[in-house]
Ligand binder design. Structure first.
Ligand SMILES: *Cc1c(COP(=O)(O)O)cnc(C)c1O
Length: 386
C-alpha cells in the first residue's frame, strides 16, 4: 500500500498534534490548561439551540439536504451581509453553504489548482491555506508578514515566475493568529493586485464579529470591484459559539461560488438542514449574544495582557479575534517555549511557527478559557520561568 506523494508532503494538522500531547498528559492524571485552540468555551446561545431542537423533529429535515444549502439559509446569509455590511449578494448564485469554513478553504484549492500551481499564502496564517495547496499537488509562496508591516501580508515582491503559476491569494483580517486588523486600503490594493494578475482572492473573515474597543471589522466585499475577483468565507463557529455544529458560508464571485459548489456536490452532500435552520436563527435573530461575548473576551484579553506583562512578555492588545500573539522570551524558539510551558507548567500555548515561517519567535494564546484558569495558567508559567 502506498499513500499519495501529496499526502507525504502534508504536515500533521497542528492542533491534532497538540491534542495528542494534551491527551497523553491527561491520561497520566496531569491537570493540563490549554490556551491553545480557538474553541469558544461558552455554550451556543439558547435561541439557536431551540431552533435546532424544533428543526430536528421535522421529518423533512431527515432527508438529504440541498447541496448548496437550503434557500432559506442562503437567504439568511444574504440578509446578514446586507444588515452587517450593506453588501448585496444574490442568495441563488452568490452564496454557498459550507460544512464549516475549513472545509470550504480546503476545497477551494481543488477547484482552482492544477498540479504545480502556486497559492500565495500569508507567511503567518491558518494552516489550511498552505496545507490545502500541498494536498492538491500545488506549491506555496509565503507572503512576508511581520511586525514591521503590521502583519499585513506583503504581495509587493512576488517573483514573476511564481506569479505566472499563481491561482489563488489568501488573506484574512481580523487575523488569526496575530490579531492584526487591516485598513480597507489594504483590501483595495489586494483586489487590484488579484485583478492585474488574474488571481482568485480569498478573504477568510471568521472573526469579523469578534472585536473590541468599538472597532467594527469590514467585509472585503464592501470594497469596489471585490466581487470581480474575490470570495469571502464567513463562519458561525466563533461569533455564535458554534464550532461543533460545522456551519459556515462562502459568498462573492459567482464563478468561484459555482466552481466550489461543483467540487462540493461531488464530495459531500451538504450540511444537515436542521443545523442550517439553527444558523438562520443565529444570523437573523437577536445579536446581543455576540455583544456579550465580546465583553467577556475584552475582559479576558486585558487580564491576559496584564498577566503576561508580569512575566516579562510584552504584547499589544488586539482590537479583534480571540487571540493574543506574543513574542517568546530571549533564548527561546516558538517550539522550545511551548514545550517548556507544557512540561514545566502543564500549560499549552500554540507555537507561532505552526502558522508558517514568519510565525517563528511567537506564541499564540487563545481567550477561550475562563478567568480563573487563565490566572492559574499564568501563575504556573511565571513559576516555570523563575
Ligand atoms: C476557526 C477558523 C476557521 C474555521 O472555522 P470553521 O467554520 O469552524 O471551519 C477558518 N479560518 C480561520 C482563520 C479560523 O480561525
Amino acid at each position: 500500500m502506498q499513500i499519495a506523494e501529496s499526502l507525504k508532503q502534508t504536515k500533521p494538522y497542528l492542533f491534532a498534534e497538540i491534542d495528542k500531547k494534551k491527551n497523553a498528559l491527561k491520561a497520566q492524571g496531569v491537570d493540563v490548561i490549554s490556551l491553545a485552540i480557538g474553541d469558544p468555551d461558552m455554550p451556543t446561545p439558547e435561541h439557536i439551540v431551540d431552533a435546532m431542537a424544533k428543526a430536528i423533529k421535522d421529518p423533512k429535515n431527515h432527508q438529504y439536504p440541498d447541496y448548496e444549502g437550503s434557500f432559506a439559509y442562503r437567504e439568511a446569509a444574504a440578509t446578514y451581509m446586507k444588515r452587517r455590511f450593506n453588501v448585496d449578494v444574490n442568495p441563488d448564485t452568490e452564496v454557498l453553504a459550507l460544512i464549516g469554513s475549513k472545509e470550504g478553504i480546503a476545497h477551494i484549492h481543488t477547484a482552482f489548482l492544477n498540479p504545480g500551481d502556486y497559492v500565495l499564502a500569508p507567511s503567518i496564517g491558518y494552516p489550511v491555506y498552505s496545507g490545502g495547496a500541498i494536498m492538491q499537488n500545488g506549491q506555496v509562496y509565503y507572503m512576508p508578514m511581520n511586525a514591521e508591516n503590521d502583519f499585513l501580508a506583503d504581495f509587493d515582491n512576488v517573483p514573476e515566475d511564481v506569479l505566472a503559476k499563481a491561482k489563488i491569494m489568501f488573506i484574512g483580517y481580523p487575523n488569526n493568529p496575530t490579531g492584526a486588523i487591516a485598513p480597507v486600503e489594504y483590501f483595495d490594493k489586494a483586489i487590484a493586485f488579484c485583478k492585474e494578475h488574474d488571481l482568485l482572492l480569498v478573504h477568510d473573515n471568521a472573526y469579523c464579529d469578534l472585536s473590541f474597543d468599538g472597532y467594527v471589522a469590514p467585509a472585503l466585499l464592501e470594497r469596489p470591484g471585490a466581487k470581480d475577483v474575490a470570495i469571502e468565507f464567513f463562519s458561525l463557529s466563533k461569533p455564535y459559539n458554534m464550532t461543533g455544529w460545522r456551519i459556515a458560508f462562502a459568498t462573492g464571485n459567482e464563478m468561484a461560488i459555482k466552481a466550489l459548489g461543483t467540487i462540493k456536490n461531488n464530495t459531500d452532500s451538504g450540511q444537515f438542514t436542521a443545523i442550517q435552520d439553527a444558523a438562520i436563527a443565529a444570523l437573523t435573530g437577536p445579536q446581543d449574544c455576540v455583544a456579550k461575548m465580546n465583553e467577556i473576551y475584552t475582559q479576558r484579553r486585558d487580564l491576559i495582557i496584564d498577566a503576561l506583562a508580569s512575566i516579562g512578555l510584552d504584547v499589544k492588545a488586539p482590537k479583534a479575534t480571540i487571540y493574543i500573539w506574543a513574542k517568546v522570551p530571549e533564548g527561546y524558539t516558538s517550539a522550545s517555549f511551548a514545550e517548556a510551558m507544557l512540561e514545566k507548567a502543564h500549560v499549552i500555548v500554540t507555537p507561532g511557527s505552526g502558522y508558517g515561517p514568519d510565525g517563528e519567535g511567537y506564541i499564540r494564546i487563545s481567550l477561550t478559557t475562563p478567568d480563573d484558569r487563565i490566572l492559574e495558567a499564568v501563575r504556573r508559567m511565571k513559576e516555570a520561568m523563575a
